[in-house]
Design a protein around this ligand. Structure first.
Ligand code: HSE
Length: 416
């Protein structure tokens, strides 16, 4: 029989209030929030003052509390709270993707050493049950790729500016008012938030722990009307898409960049704050999950689902991480890109391996071709500060054989 859990909640912002509402209106599952720790003493709260505390130790040191739910903004403070909770033998549920992506290994060790559960379904793609699907359903299958739209705010902005001709500022304001955007929306529009989510997903899909600083993220901040026109003339939409792809030689590539999406693509009609995840298995083929990727209630519902799972003693098994032949991360891949540039000299920063198309107009120039991802990583600052726009023409990446290491070549020779 499942036990009625006692919860100590950290944070009462958008997601915290969403959880409170979902929990109080849930007919199928009951748990008690017995304390809520918040920071700002001047904010008016919608719950009784007896529930509120400004002292984190009131929750962490309360033996009655079985579960700490961490929904605050500050990733470093969240790491402190979550670590202390795990060390005290409390289960933890968190939606904090930055916390997870930047401390995955330490958190994995802490939950293991203290024999407690750390669940975080709400951290990646809101209400889409992607982590549990990877953990439970795809745990046995070798996956080829996981890609999609992992950020509601940037997708909302792209939908509103391109389809409805809203200004960028107005679309962002709406995304903030609706509770989709991060406190600092740079995380959304520059692709940091979907990168953190991709890192979490890469652990459960491929058994990899990757450091965020090694993963490229380029967002939508430099998109302009030329790029929009280029895409629409070809019948494409533009979406910000993380790609996590297995390559030959047991290697995996992970990065986040805008992409031109064709009409037949599953992601073509994923609009506004919706997210979409495409999982490609070796045997199962392609699966597509779509749902609300941001927002108070959908994210609150994902947190509640973790709390409910805890009441049945659920823990992630991290099977792929523990497997002996876990893949290795690489950035030595060729990506097929469109790059809009401003001056011919800009191309001195971009070393294409192959150029398929080049257009030089009076005010608009672009080049399409294949380039090593590491060259884009090196040119990232230049691209952003000089207002260049890049978009993947094709989602599939290939190993860069000109630089790839000896072992892979040998392995391929053996296979061949
Ligand atoms: N800011 C995030 C988004 C919230 O827009 O997707 C959900 O993680």
């Amino acid at each position: 029989m499942s036990k009625k859990l006692k919860i100590g909640l950290f944070g009462f912002g958008c997601v915290g209030q969403g959880l409170y509402h979902v929990l109080n209106n849930s007919t199928g599952f009951k748990a008690d929030i017995i304390k809520i720790a918040v920071k700002d003493k001047n904010k008016t709260r919608t719950v009784g003052s007896d529930l509120i505390t400004y002292d984190k130790w009131e929750i962490l040191n309360n033996p009655e509390i079985d579960v700490v739910v961490e929904l605050i903004d500050d990733a470093e403070e969240a790491f402190h709270i979550v670590s202390e909770a795990l060390r005290r033998g409390k289960h933890v549920v968190t939606a904090n993707k930055k916390l997870l992506a930047t401390h995955l290994e330490e958190l994995y060790c802490l939950q293991k050493e203290n024999n407690v559960s750390l669940l975080y379904e709400a951290s990646a793609c809101g209400s889409i049950p992607i982590i549990r699907s990877l953990e439970e359903y795809f745990d046995n299958e070798e996956l080829e790729k996981v890609s999609g739209i992992f950020n509601g705010t940037s997708n909302y902005i792209l939908s509103k500016t391109i389809n409805e001709k809203l200004s960028y500022g107005e679309a962002l304001k709406q995304a903030q008012e609706k509770g989709f955007a991060e406190t600092d929306p740079t995380n959304d529009v520059e692709g940091f938030d979907p990168k953190f989510k991709a890192i979490i997903i890469a652990l459960h899909a491929f058994g990899l722990i990757i450091k965020p600083e090694n993963v490229l993220n380029i967002g939508i901040t430099t998109l302009d009307e030329h790029d929009i026109r280029y895409a629409s003339e070809k019948g494409y939409k533009i979406k910000l898409t993380p790609v996590i792809q297995r390559l030959e030689g047991n290697q995996v590539s992970v990065f986040v960049a805008p992409r031109f999406i064709k009409e037949q693509d599953q992601l073509f009609n994923v609009e506004n704050e919706f997210n979409g995840v495409v999982v490609e298995g070796k045997f199962s083929g392609e699966q597509f999950l779509q749902g609300r990727g941001a927002g108070s209630l959908p994210t609150g519902a994902a947190v509640l689902s973790d709390i409910s799972a805890l009441s049945h003693g659920y823990r992630y098994e991290f099977k792929k991480y523990l497997q002996k032949n876990a893949p290795v991360f690489t950035n030595d891949v060729l990506v097929h890109l469109y790059i809009r540039y401003n001056r011919e000299e800009d191309l001195n920063h971009l070393f294409f391996d192959e150029v398929n198309e080049k257009y030089t107009g009076s005010t608009y120039h672009y080049i399409v071709g294949k380039i090593n991802l590491k060259k884009i990583i090196e040119a990232r600052e230049f691209i952003l500060t000089h207002n260049l726009f890049i978009a993947l023409v094709d989602e599939k990446v290939t190993l860069d054989r000109t630089v790839n290491n000896k072992e892979i070549v040998e392995e391929l020779q053996m296979v061949g």
